[in-house]
Design a protein around this ligand. Structure first.
Ligand SMILES: Cc1cc2nc3c(=O)[nH]c(=O)nc-3n(C[C@H](O)[C@H](O)[C@H](O)COP(=O)(O)OP(=O)(O)OC[C@H]3O[C@@H](n4cnc5c(N)ncnc54)[C@H](O)[C@@H]3O)c2cc1C
Length: 346
């Protein structure tokens, strides 16, 4: 079949890749350049998502835990296993038993994925690895594994695989309406945050709605050895302190927006991330220590009043020969691309 994919983020690229593997004739369009938007603005984790266990997304977590292995096998030069610590402080955040149960369930769902199991580290070991963590009230930490990627490079690697299989990649070409794609048998709308805009060019009421939730990260030039996942003080949310390309990356936020474009990280988001870091570290940060910041918009399926609780699953809607793709995650993009192709060929 002749297939057009609108949107060369990771979801569109993986859809095009799946179609090309089955020898369809594929053209992948992007209004800007491949991976220019959300797919290069993530937390750079190939992860199951420990925190999604709390919202009961067990099937998604299991899928994602196994998807990590796919990326490590395909492109080991662009991603690597990453050990994270979840420190436990007396009287702060979730109790130890709860994180213990969560990490055990994470291990169980990851069975067969080849990642090391979680374990408890005592206070001395945690402070040896993370000497700047506050020692007052620290009981120890749970160690667990996920993986880290260079999202921009890994995404562009997928696009290169598409090209190798004969996909025509057309950048700086916005699809305004599907009429311009009349020569194609099937069309995938993989426009991520802009998927609704393209959906509205067709009639009828969309079956799903996108929730635009901006997430920002900040960088400091301080090198870091140990990745951390920590609860935001006074909130249910967690945040990451990650080593990334010789720097420390801290994120993220969840700010609901009414438009798909990523606004620059706001002063209050930057302040929030600095405060969250300082709540656990002796080497306090100020605004002067921030050497960079970026933001991206999550195209989440609208499913919850609080964006933190929103599902990270995906959904499809077929209208005529067009398949609209909503939601998803970087980690599971390859599985989502295959599922999208199966729907597209129906
Ligand atoms: C802050 C943040 C942290 C995240 N962290 C993680 C993480 O650690 N791990 C993880 O698995 N997931 C993470 N995610 C989620 C993940 O990044 C997204 O689910 C994924 O990148 C979405 O990809 P996409 O292809 O749908 O969107 P995009 O990457 O935005 O791609 C859509 C593309 O469509 C193009 N486009 C739009 N309209 C048109 C049009 N009319 N014609 C042609 N092209 C068009 C755009 O230019 C864009 O390139 C995070 C997301 C955010 C925002």
């Amino acid at each position: 079949m002749k297939i057009a994919v609108a949107g060369a983020g990771i979801i569109g690229a993986c859809t095009a890749w799946s179609a090309a593997k089955q020898r369809h004739e594929v053209t992948l369009f992007d209004k800007d350049t491949a991976m220019a938007h959300t797919s290069q603005s993530s937390s750079k984790l190939l992860h199951g998502g420990l925190r999604y266990l709390e919202t009961g997304q067990f099937a998604l977590v299991k899928k994602a835990l196994h998807a990590r292995r796919f990326w490590l096998g395909q492109a080991p030069h662009l991603c690597r296993p990453l050990e994270l610590l979840f420190p436990i402080y007396q009287g702060r955040g979730r109790p130890k038993w709860q994180i213990s149960a969560g990490t055990k369930l994470y291990d169980l769902l990851a069975s067969g994925s080849g990642f090391p199991k979680s374990r408890w580290l005592d206070k001395a070991e945690v402070l040896k690895r993370s000497p700047t963590l506050l020692s007052d009230g620290l009981k120890g930490a749970f160690s667990f594994y996920d993986a880290q990627m260079d999202d921009s490079a890994l995404g562009r690697w997928v696009v290169a695989q598409c090209r190798n299989l004969g996909v025509e990649v057309v950048e700086n070409h916005k699809i305004e309406t599907f009429d311009s794609l009349a020569g194609f048998d099937r069309i995938a709308n993989a426009a991520g945050p802009w998927a609704m805009e393209l959906r509205h060019t067709q009639g009828g009421r969309p079956a799903f709605t996108i929730d635009w939730v901006r997430g920002s990260h900040i960088f400091t030039d301080r090198p870091l050895n140990q990745a951390l996942m920590l609860p935001i003080p006074g909130e249910k949310r967690v945040f990451f302190v990650l080593p990334y390309q010789g720097k420390t990356m801290i994120g993220t936020t969840e700010i609901r927006q009414d438009h798909p474009d990523a606004d620059r990280p706001s002063e209050s988001e930057i302040g929030y991330l600095i405060e969250s870091y300082n709540a656990y570290h002796g080497d306090k940060l100020t605004a002067a220590d921030i050497s960079g910041a970026f933001s991206g918009v999550r195209p989440l399926l609208k499913s919850a009043a609080n964006p933190s609780d929103a599902t990270r699953e995906w959904a499809f809607e077929r209208v005529g020969n067009v398949l609209h793709i909503y939601g998803g995650k970087w980690t599971t993009a390859q599985i989502q691309g295959e599922a999208a192709l199966a729907e597209l060929l129906k």
